[in-house]
Design a protein around this ligand. Structure first.
Ligand code: ZN
Length: 115
């Protein structure tokens, strides 16, 4: 019995780990928002200059973007992080805290014709 129930727990544990991971992004974002981002040096980057990656997820196709930071780390975010009510959004590198301001007005203008 113990072995059988253990086999049942494994898939659920995998799902829980994934959910926990996805929760980190909103937490990080609220942490950024609580700081005064305008006081930090930001580098303006057009979304077109970033590496775009298309991933197929359960909820549909997701577009992810990567920016190579000067410190060697990579700043990653997805199109879900782009706010509809703002022309740009600021992300901070986890390693060196450098801020990049991603401009995506042109992406939205010429972007995917969905919705
Ligand atoms: Zn960095």
């Amino acid at each position: 019995m113990g072995a059988a129930s253990g086999a049942c727990i494994t898939p659920g544990g995998t799902v829980a780990a994934g959910a926990e991971r996805s929760l980190q992004d909103p937490l990080l974002r609220s942490e950024y928002d609580s700081r005064s981002l305008s006081a930090l040096p930001c580098t303006d980057i057009d979304l077109d200059d970033l590496r775009a990656i298309t991933r197929c997820a359960e909820a549909g196709v997701r577009h992810e973007f990567e920016h190579d930071c000067r410190c060697g780390d990579t700043v990653r975010f997805s199109d879900a992080d782009l706010r509809e009510d703002a022309p740009s959004v600021v992300f901070a590198c986890r390693s060196c805290s450098l801020c990049i301001r991603v401009l995506y007005t042109t992406y939205r203008a010429a972007g995917p014709a969905e919705g």
